[in-house]
Design a protein. Structure first.
Ligand code: CDP
Ligand code: MG
Length: 150
């Protein structure tokens, strides 16, 4: 079963959008199997965004991601990585389509874009291991699951 790491970034927490974003995943039928609030340390930011640390935007991204509490989730379902990426919308909120999380709740042209979602199974596994211990992930079945597939 596929899993993805989602981070509701500091702007989503500060703008009190956590509930709205979580509701989108719940209404879609995607099970949340882990969830916690935390502040990302500089070291964790470097590891999470290891592909970006040399890029010119990284200092601003790091300051943003470590600048306030975040809500970190793991969602689990077949195809969940692509579904969440579609629900997030384009990287910059100003470009993101209406109907997407970034498109509906953001207008920034740059770094502040409310949400992170893993972009591949390899990234998801690496990122989930960075943020969660095994015993913090709950491999349960939703009672309505039979209505969400086939
Ligand atoms: O988050 P996503 O996968 O859509 O984008 P990314 O290319 O993996 O970039 C990671 C994060 O860096 C973005 O979500 C933005 O917050 C930030 N970023 C930025 O500040 N400036 C850029 N030119 C590209 C990305
Ligand atoms: Mg990315």
């Amino acid at each position: 079963m596929e899993r993805t790491l989602v981070i509701l970034k500091p702007d989503a927490v500060q703008r009190q959008l956590m509930g709205k974003v979580i509701s989108r995943f719940e209404e879609k039928g995607l099970p949340i199997v882990a969830c916690k609030m935390m502040t990302i340390s500089p070291e964790l930011a470097d590891r999470h965004y290891e592909a970006h640390t040399a890029k010119p935007f990284y200092p601003g991204l790091k300051a943003y991601m470590t600048g306030g509490p975040v809500l970190v989730l793991v969602l689990q379902a077949e195809g969940v990585i692509a579904m969440v990426r579609k629900m997030m919308g384009a990287t910059f909120a100003s470009d993101a389509e209406p109907g997407t999380i970034r498109g509906d709740y953001g207008c920034a042209k740059g770094t502040f874009n409310l949400i992170h979602g893993s972009d591949s199974p390899e990234a998801a596994q690496r990122e989930i291991e960075l943020f969660f211990e095994k015993n913090e992930i709950f491999d349960y079945k939703l009672t309505n699951q039979c209505w969400l597939k086939a």
